[in-house]
Write a protein that binds this ligand. Sequence first.
Ligand SMILES: [Zn+2]
Length: 264
Amino acid sequence: MLRLFRRDLSSGSLAQDHLDVAHEGATYRVSLKRVTGARRFTLRVRTATRDVVITMPKRGSMNAALDFAQRHAAWIAARLHRLPDTVPFRAGAIIPVRGENLAIVHSHELRGGVLIQSGNGDEPRQLHVVCSEEHLSRRVHDFLKREAKKDLEAAVRRHTGKLGFAARRVTVRDTTSRWGSCSASGSLNFSWRLIMAPPHVLDYLAAHEVAHLVHMNHSDEFWSLARDLAPQTDLAEVWLRAHGAFLHRYGAEDDQADVRTNVR
Ligand SMILES: [Zn+2]
């Protein structure tokens, strides 16, 4: 069953910025984003912000947008229901770091800082964060980004070392559509969220982008080099396809993401 609410349509205004799509008793809000130069309608369910956006031509008709949303209502519902629950960075949350689940423990004592405590077996180890309450999420984000940069720089150095050159620059950002990229000038950029994945996955992404410094494509030669550098290439690809999207659930309250879950 599908029904569209047309209450905002009577004005026919170009300024309308959303429509509501009903499907099997639930209503889904779909934001409209008019883009100069867009030639078609693109529908996206964003993992990090858990919302739905249609990108459409600047002068695209509302009827066409409605029709498009209507035809994809079941798809929208299915995708939204499949989204993993978000896990904000707050005390008590369990978050993966280097593939290991850690419990965030918050304290006001002593001086500010974040550290991973050694464990005692059964319980998850703790990510101990000392700061004021309102800075907790930011502190955890900053810590994970720093750790990601450290691990990625080391992995890139390891792989470029085998090839006898160095990367120009390694940066980490909150990229959402790609895990890593390589610029023509030789800078490598990665998602800081890779610090949450098992180390063999982070290592693979580093090798993948280093291999792009030699082959700026996905040719057979490229894959052969990537596998030479990272024999776990295929396993890591499988891991990313199965679990990669879940990495976006953590700390999502602070993300301004425009998410697809492509591996690269
Ligand atoms: Zn690639």
